[in-house]
Design a protein around this ligand. Structure first.
Ligand SMILES: *Cc1c(COP(=O)(O)O)cnc(C)c1O
Length: 344
């Protein structure tokens, strides 16, 4: 399967913008008069590397993937989601398929790009409905969105099921692994080699604790990444962020992932005993989906006590449910204490 076959005709034909730094082919330069920059040094007077070569080298080592298979987004993985539509889906014509409930950006980005999104409800127990997803596709379906571990349900899907979709679908399958760092299952980045129609999304926003920096990643076949590079804004990651990211990658995530996972399990057990809680769904992420007796009332009681969670009770299959991010141990204890006092 050649993923280039799924790229829009106008994108295949695109003559991409060539930056001053692209035109420069190397040599011993000490006077830079090619980009209409200010010559007065202040740390940011020069344009950043549009290809983020140094950062990609570090990200490649971190994930064990070739640098040519990496896209870096300076507006988080949301930038990669929008690019997928722009590269593969012709507005007003093509469609995409997503699971529901899942991450809301797949729909918003579809609406912005005038792409019809078909949302397929998960199986009972939040399982992946492989056959219903495949049956919902037609010749104009270019992309299938999967998210594992899934937001907001917290569960991860079977790798074999996701590969079955990639095997049988004649288009791109995006697997959003924003929460993979908290899951005991491995990443599917290595499956790109055998399934070149897979795109994996990762982010520095969750396990790396860098949500404010807006750094997302897409891993895909290098032929696909070449089109991400052509369609993205040329300087889509500032030099400040590139420098900071290099520093943070060298620092690592510390022990926060292990602590978050341990806290998730502690909060899950404690909330399961609270009188107002019906179900704490199993989670492989840094949040819990919790079904309570009266979500609007519990939500209000929490905010009255200075604690905010996400009320997801109006999403499909999430009747009665709140999505609760795992905080610091102290914050979690405060949450548990509040829950134990709420009546049914
Ligand atoms: C949080 C989240 C992201 C990350 O988005 P960024 O733009 O990288 O901050 C991506 N996908 C899902 C499902 C998420 O929950």
């Amino acid at each position: 399967m050649n993923p280039i076959a799924f790229i829009r005709k106008n994108i295949l034909a695109l003559q991409p913008y060539s930056t001053a730094r692209d035109d420069f082919k190397g040599g011993d330069i000490s006077v830079w008069l090619d980009a209409n920059e200010s010559p007065y040094s202040n740390g940011v007077n020069r344009y950043p590397d549009p290809h983020q070569r140094k950062v990609k080298e570090q990200v490649a080592a971190l994930f064990g993937a070739p640098a040519e298979s990496i896209f870096l987004g300076g507006a988080g993985s949301d930038e990669a989601i929008d690019l997928v539509y722009r590269i593969f889906c012709t507005p007003g014509c093509d469609n995409a398929v997503a699971i529901t409930p899942s991450y809301g950006v797949y729909r918003v980005a579809a609406d912005i790009n005038d792409i019809k999104l078909r949302e397929i409800e998960l199986d009972p127990g939040f399982g992946l409905p492989v056959d219903r997803i495949l049956d919902s596709t037609d010749s104009l379906t270019k992309v299938i969105w999967l998210c594992s571990p899934n937001n907001p349900t917290g569960n991860a899907f079977e790798r074999a099921d996701m590969l079955r979709i990639a095997d049988r679908f004649n288009g791109m399958v995006v697997i959003d692994e924003a929460y993979a760092d908290f899951s005991s299952r491995g990443s599917m980045i290595n499956d790109i080699a055998t399934h070149p129609n897979i795109i994996i999304l990762r982010t520095f926003s969750k396990a790396w604790g860098l949500a404010g920096m807006r750094c997302g990643m897409a891993f895909a076949d290098p032929r696909v990444i070449a089109y991400f590079d052509r369609v993205k804004y040329p300087y889509n990651m500032s030099s400040l962020i590139q420098q900071e990211l290099l520093r943070r990658i060298a620092e690592g995530t510390g022990n926060h992932i292990a602590e978050t996972v341990a806290e998730r399990n502690r909060v899950a057990s404690a909330l399961a005993c609270a009188p107002c809680v019906d179900t704490v769904y199993p989670s492989e992420a840094n949040f819990l989906l919790v079904k309570v007796s009266d979500p609007d009332r519990i939500y209000r009681l929490l905010t009255d006590n200075g604690v905010i969670v996400r009320n997801r009770s109006r999403l499909p299959m999430c009747d009665g449910s709140l999505r609760i991010t795992i905080g610091t141990p102290d914050e979690n204890t405060r949450l548990i204490n509040l829950f134990s006092k709420f009546e049914r």
